[in-house]
Design a protein around this ligand. Structure first.
Ligand code: TXA
Ligand code: MG
Length: 332
């Protein structure tokens, strides 16, 4: 496809970004829809292409650690510690913004989300552009984040050029930490870097697990990440049977355990460890969303700490359908 740029076309993608265009870019978490942060017209294109409310702040992506001090200020010591430990990587720090970050990036907030992505192409692109890139996930507002270049092409009907960096190795969005307070930080969005890892690193800091409701985190909306057909979660064969009673046999089942009664062509064996599961989750949800089936049923993974980011994404993808089914499924 002509709008897909190969890894040796980084310079071309950089030129497009420098001239104010929006480009789909690979990161280790999910693909982003990127624009030069210093160009308000370019950044506004992201909001209109995604159909995203303009007061939802964007994350900015940087290539080197010294850019942290340029785009944020009043940075607590523990935030440097987090950056040194986990960057480049799937961790976003929310910090007080410097004057170099315009209101068009932050939705008018005085804070900015910053991360250094751990993807060789993203890093060389950032270096070639010479400025940070604002990039939300490259999906329409409320839909599943893309983890392959062709997902981005499909999402925007080929209208947006995409730099192809292969499959994202993490597969779910970054962990977001509010690091605006000197001695307390809180996790605003779960990701592959866990609360446990953060607490282990920051022994003298109060690390809270709570989502701060005053901050606008679109990933904290209840119905984020949803496929377009009904998508429900089940815990056991009885619950699955009730879903089959409603939608019939034509459902895609994403499960870790073989389901004895299910028809083989609709069964997707999901990885048994949380990292590989996360890497495949959105891709399999997209495949199931595009199949001829009527609905998607996802078997709930273990309810343990290791799985909490994956469970968070599955809960959001299934919240609406599970709520709609609450009558027939739960009341009988
Ligand atoms: O892994 C990721 O974080 C991906 C890749 C492309 O980097 N990006 C991503 O962006 O997931 P997005 O826009 O889909 O989600 C970023 C989240 C949003 O929920 C946004 O509200 C929140 O970060 N956010 C950004 N800036 C913020 C700020 N200043 N305060 C609070 N939340 C912020
Ligand atoms: Mg998103």
């Amino acid at each position: 496809m002509s709008n897909i740029y190969t890894p040796n076309q980084v310079e071309l993608a950089a030129k497009l970004l420098q001239s104010g265009d929006v480009v789909g870019i690979p990161t280790e978490t999910v693909y982003g829809l990127a624009a030069d942060i210093s160009n308000p017209v370019a950044v506004n294109k992201i909001f209109s292409i995604k159909n995203r409310p303009s007061n939802h702040p964007l994350i900015i992506h940087i290539a080197t650690l010294d850019q942290l001090d340029i785009y944020a200020r009043n940075i607590p010591d523990y935030a440097y510690k987090l950056a040194q430990q986990f960057w480049p990587g799937p961790l976003t720090l929310v910090l007080e913004k410097s004057d170099l970050v315009g209101d068009w990036v932050t939705g008018g907030q005085s804070t900015v989300g910053i991360r250094m992505p751990n993807h060789p192409l993203a890093l060389s692109l950032l270096k070639a552009v010479g400025k940070p890139l604002a990039a939300p996930s490259a999906n329409l507002f409320g839909r599943i984040s893309p983890t392959l270049a062709h997902h981005v092409i499909g999402e925007f009907n080929g209208a947006i050029p995409v730099l192809d960096g292969g499959a994202c190795s993490v597969g779910i969005e970054s962990t977001i930490i509010d690091a605006t307070h000197p001695a307390t930080c809180s996790i605003l969005r779960q990701g592959s870097i866990t609360l446990k890892q953060i607490r282990q690193l920051l022994v003298n800091v109060n690390v809270q697990d709570s989502v701060n409701k005053t901050k606008r985190v679109s990933g904290s909306l209840k119905y984020h990440y949803a496929p377009s057909k009904p998508c429900v979660k089940f815990h056991n064969p009885l619950e699955l049977q009730r879903i089959i009673d409603i939608y019939g046999d034509s459902i895609d089942i994403l499960a870790m355990n073989k389901i004895p009664s299910c028809r083989a062509q609709n069964f997707v064996q999901m990885p048994l460890d949380s990292a590989n599961y996360a890497q495949k989750l959105y891709e399999q949800m997209r495949v199931a969303d595009q199949s001829l089936s009527r609905a998607i049923a996802i078997e709930a993974p273990p309810a343990t700490m290791d799985w909490s980011a994956v469970n968070d994404r599955i809960d959001k993808a299934t919240a609406k359908s599970n709520e709609a089914l609450a009558g027939p499924i739960l009341i009988d």
